[in-house]
Design a protein around this ligand. Structure first.
Ligand code: CP
Length: 330
């Protein structure tokens, strides 16, 4: 296994299966240490630049809490704090070249994948993708940690129904793509149920299908909930639009884009209700990366049911991000 020290993480395909397992084991250890009050200040004196171009609750707060727990510090940087982003104030090159003289790592949630890749090229310190329109690797790590906890310690052979839900928040497809790669890598089955126009990025379907035979994973794309839920161990609810539409901004996504206006009424039928969950085996667990658009993509009854593990999933954002930081920034 290659050392983690000094590496970037832009996508799940940069990790081997053994590296994912090592990260998950490290996250388990750190979760245990935190619960037992054992100090784990492996990054004492180190700093992280947390650059968030869009809103974030779980990812940003997990990075910040992780750095504090590890004895380090995160600077929250958004367009209201740094010059870059204000009209003509400072270019991205000068911003990143300056920051890398101060910090030991950068967690970045950009508006486009291109900005993330440019940052990786410029930076001399590890760059971690804090969700871009194409991938959300830290969420995929937390999801697999949560599935392991609720699946008897292993995800191999588990069946995940990954259900698209209508959501006017206009989120990117990053988690869908990261989940496809993660499933193929870790050997669990994923069946994505979505409207035909929302089929995932063909490049990610191809990558997943190429890797899947090595682990026995099966990747399916279907266009009704029932085809995905009938034998599911986990239902994971998410919504996405294409990177192109995401980059246009929320006002031109479902709300303003003529293509979506035409489909809107049909898309609104894509809500995960209790009746949908009842088509799965009764031991199924319900996941959602949050934020959820309650009543739009998923009902309250589903998210608040006893088989919902959404807050375990949210908590595991902290432990997996902490493992990642401890290993990359050591
Ligand atoms: N799941 C997730 O990425 O949440 P935030 O947007 O709140 O960070």
């Amino acid at each position: 296994m290659r050392t983690f020290k000094g590496r970037n993480l832009l996508g799940i395909n940069e990790l081997t299966r053994d590296e994912v397992l090592f990260l998950l084991d490290t996250a388990d250890d750190l979760k245990r240490a935190r619960k037992m009050g054992q100090p784990h200040e492996y990054l004492r004196g180190k700093s992280l630049a947390g650059i968030f171009a869009t809103q974030s609750t779980r990812t940003s707060c997990s990075f910040e809490t992780a750095m504090t727990n590890l004895g380090g510090h995160m600077m929250w940087l958004d367009k209201d704090r740094i010059w870059s982003g204000s009209a003509g104030a400072e270019n991205w090159h000068d911003t990143i070249m300056t920051l890398t003289r101060y910090v030991d790592g950068i967690a970045y949630r950009p508006v486009t994948r291109e900005l993330l890749e440019e940052t990786e090229r410029l930076s001399t310190v590890p760059v971690i993708n804090a969700s871009c329109p194409v991938e959300h690797p830290t969420q995929a790590l937390a999801d697999v940690m949560t599935m392991r906890e609720h699946g008897g310690g292993s995800v191999k052979g588990a069946k995940v129904a990954f259900l698209w839900g209508y959501n006017e928040l206009n989120p990117p497809a990053g988690l869908t793509n990261s989940t496809l790669v993660m499933a193929a890598k870790m050997g669990f089955d994923v069946t994505i149920a979505c409207p035909r126009d929302m089929d995932p990025d063909p490049r990610y379907i191809q990558w997943a299908n190429e890797e899947a035979p090595q682990t026995g994973a099966r990747i399916n794309i279907v266009h009704s909930y029932e085809e995905a839920t009938k034998d599911a161990d986990f239902i994971n609810i998410y919504s996405w639009v294409s990177p192109e539409i995401f980059a246009e901004g929320p006002e031109t996504g479902y709300r303003g884009n003529p293509k979506f206006a035409a489909y809107k009424e049909t898309l609104k039928n894509w809500i995960v209700t209790k009746a949908v969950v009842d088509t799965a085996p009764k031991q199924v667990k319900v996941m959602h990366c949050l934020p959820a658009s309650r009543g739009e993509e998923v009902s309250d009854e589903v998210l608040d049911a006893p088989n919902s593990i959404i807050f375990d999933e949210a908590e595991n954002r902290l432990h997996t991000i902490k493992a990642l930081l401890a290993l990359l920034l050591q």
